[in-house]
Design a protein around this ligand. Structure first.
Ligand code: UDP
Length: 457
């Protein structure tokens, strides 16, 4: 590095942040959005990332990218369940992350490292930060509702007030309304022990961090945020979402987004199209895909359906049922991956059938689109229940995928008065989000205090 740049860094006291995303789309997005926001505030950003699912550096020309090995083959990445992958990554990434960070500290090309910001599921980073004596801040990528639920469950279970195995899946848990046993994250995992270990490690890693950033906002989750604040006290909780709204234009997509659907949307009637996507990792079986296809066909509503390659279990790609294309040609589009926030913001889109990953849920709320919910696992079930029973901006398909129920639910959402009421409520939430982002709003002020805090380190 030339001397003049070094002097410039020292004189301007540029703060250098190292960020480490978990290599899944729903985690990469908020972390790179956060990096983009902090870069706009004058910080220099290095992204340390795994070889697997590495982000595209050319989309972020102002960032420095440093890859580390993670020991995962592509096959494993696509076949292991997410919980196992997170456990593996916590084992395999620690040494390479330590090495890369040590080199960055001594190299100083981008200025001395002020702080690291890591995904909270990377709990190994506590040990590395302690060894290298670096401040560490965490980014949580789920809803506050999910964390509040997990904390309440800890309390109930530790005090013998709830034994999940004794309860029926549909039983309501009176202490955490409106959740049922089947909505809680550890009930829906196939490996409760690993889940429990991960949750405990995450909590410990959080309690030893300097701060905890959440991608949500006060105008949506004030009660849950209050609970999380109490539980994590004295660690500062910084709720500064929706991050994607602060950092528009930064694309972190691992798959190519098909923008051709935007021209098709332009030709549709306002609020007439139901958009369907189950995120980056959920998969359905072939029979479910067929039920979805016929439910869509019979609903008579225009639709934009994301069928991601690999999203049908056991198949790279499957043919759609015979007769489906003919029946829907005039009013349906199928694509492999969408520019989702832009699609949701399009005036023609009037509903979103989602798996309720937190990013998708937040994007739908912030674009004012009511939801049909088909959650798969973990926090998605809590999010779906909040969508349908707390915010009342959507409804859940309770019995899996059955064409008659799908057809009926799509009509309720898209053309019935019930859907219209949900649309009105979600518009109010969208406005709340906008207020939180404005000067004086809670997320805006949280961002300012985060910047001041990092500057003071
Ligand atoms: N996404 C996208 N195109 C699609 C579907 C999803 O760009 O066709 C983005 C979406 O905007 C969101 C992320 O992928 O930011 C998915 O994150 P989420 O938490 O909703 O679900 P996950 O993929 O982690 O299950």
């Amino acid at each position: 590095m030339d001397e003049s740049k070094k002097v410039q860094i020292q004189e301007k006291k540029i703060h250098h942040l190292v960020i480490l995303p978990l290599p899944f789309q729903g985690h990469i997005n908020p972390m790179l959005q956060l990096g983009t926001i902090l870069h706009s505030k004058g910080f220099s950003i290095t992204v340390i990332h795994t070889h697997s699912n590495s982000p595209n550096p050319s989309n972020f020309p102002n960032f420095n990218f440093e890859p580390i090995p993670d020991g995962l083959s592509d096959h494993r990445l696509w076949t292991e369940d997410p919980l196992t992958l997170v456990s593996i990554l916590n084992d395999t990434c620690q040494a390479p992350f330590h090495d890369r960070l040590s080199r960055l500290i001594s190299d100083s090309q981008h200025g001395p490292v002020t702080c690291i910001i890591t995904d909270e599921l990377f709990h190994f980073t506590k040990a590395v930060a302690d060894q290298l004596k670096l401040p560490r801040i965490l980014l949580g990528t789920s809803s506050a509702a999910c964390y509040a639920t997990m904390s309440s469950l800890d309390f109930l279970q530790q005090n013998g007030l709830l034994s999940i195995t004794d309860c029926q899946p549909d039983s309501l848990i009176p202490e955490i309304p409106p959740l049922r046993i089947k909505d809680i994250p550890d009930f829906s995992t196939t490996d409760p022990d690993t889940f429990e270990r991960l949750w405990t490690n995450m909590k410990n890693a959080t309690m030893s961090s300097l701060g905890y950033i959440m991608n949500t906002f006060d105008g949506l989750e004030s009660t849950a945020l209050k609970k999380v604040r109490e539980d994590r006290h004295p660690i500062p909780l910084i709720a500064m979402g929706p991050l994607y709204k602060f950092s528009q234009g930064a694309s972190n997509s691992l798959l190519t987004q098909d923008y051709s659907c935007m021209a098709w949307l332009d030709k549709q009637v306002p609020q007439s199209v139901i958009y369907i996507s189950f995120g980056s990792s959920a998969s359905i079986d072939k029979t479910h895909m067929e039920e979805i296809a016929w439910g869509l066909a019979n609903s008579d509503q225009p639709f934009l359906w994301v069928l991601r390659p690999g999203s049908i279990s056991g198949h790279d790609w499957v043919e759609l049922p015979e007769g489906f294309e003919e029946k829907t040609r005039e009013r349906g589009q199928i694509i492999k991956w969408a520019p989702q926030p832009e699609v949701l913001a399009h005036p023609s889109v009037g509903g979103f059938w989602t798996h309720n990953g937190w990013n998708s849920t937040l994007e739908s709320i912030c674009e004012g689109v009511p939801m049909l919910c088909s959650p798969y696992l973990w926090d998605q079930k809590v999010n779906a229940r909040y969508v349908s029973h707390v915010w009342r901006v959507g409804m859940q398909l309770e019995n899996g995928f059955e064409r008659g129920e799908i057809e009926w639910a799509i009509r309720r959402l898209m053309v019935e008065i019930e859907g219209e009421e949900m649309r009105e409520r979600v518009h109010d939430l969208k406005e709340n989000a906008m207020h939180c982002l404005e000067k004086g709003g809670s997320s805006y002020e949280s961002l300012e205090s985060l910047v001041d805090f990092i500057m003071s380190l």
